[in-house]
Design a protein around this ligand. Sequence first.
Ligand code: UDP
Ligand code: MG
Length: 318
Amino acid sequence: MLPALTLVVPCYNEEESLPITAATLAAKLEELAAKERIDASSRVLFVDDGSADGTWSIINSLSKSSRGFTGIKLSRNVGHQNALIAGLEHVTSEICISIDADLQDDVNAIDAMVEHYHDGFQVVYGVRRDRSSDSLFKRKTAKAFYSLMSKLGVESVDNHADFRLLSAKALKALLSLRETNVYLRGMVPLVGFPASSVYYDRSARFAGESKYPFRKMLALAIHGVTSLSVAPLRLIAILGLTISFFAGVLSIWVIASKLFGHPTQGWASTTLVTFFMGGVQMLALGVVGEYIGCIYLEVKRRPKYFVERTTKDENCQG
Ligand code: UDP
Ligand code: MG
């Protein structure tokens, strides 16, 4: 029997890109079904992440026009990662692929992903070969972030965002990680399963603007580090030890110079050390605070999203 595929598409104010995206994805599903690589019951599942524009009404009319389109509308904007989780939790098919609504990720890579699934892989990462369509700033910060993550001992796939295939088994395992701070790129390698990669060129957004300003990118990066690594806490301890060692040496020197009659002149050196220590302590407290904040959110176990309505409800009503 052929596997059914669900394409999970998070959408936040995507009214400009949705019509073309929907047509492109539906054509891809039809093509793969005609080639007998996936089942004809395969679907596109749109997640409206609290959009303020006409995104939901487009999703709704798409679902009325064809059974191939379904959608869920979240009660408010919860961010890309949580919207993705919402979509993934609604998948019932044998395989699913998450893909952005702006089609920056190459739709044609889906063919190869499905082939890898038929070859026995449970997780297939879409990896960007070329990022020349991204701004220089985005490329540089992304590179620095990936190298920081690997130095902190977090296993992740370089240049892979959230374009990936998951089998039902891998998806179930992923969703069993009940954490509140989700960073899917780091969580998928954690669950294991045979994995492979498909390489593609990332193109520019064909419509609308990026919904990932620097502030959101930074928040995602901090989430990524704090949810997967405790190395920064250890670094603080090492830093504390090193500074204490130098402070010990310094105090021996201070006592010795007092005893042997070389009065200390240095106001400058004293204040410098005070400022430096103040800075280091604030930074260390900030890092510890970041982790405590995460623990706080985790223990509350708040749901990551609420579903306001689905295309099924709408189609029943009207
Ligand atoms: N997105 C979302 N919620 C948000 C921000 C973005 O669901 O709060 C969706 C957006 O509609 C798109 C995907 O996440 O489908 C990736 O966003 P975008 O293309 O703006 O990010 P970029 O490619 O610039 O990193
Ligand atoms: Mg994009």
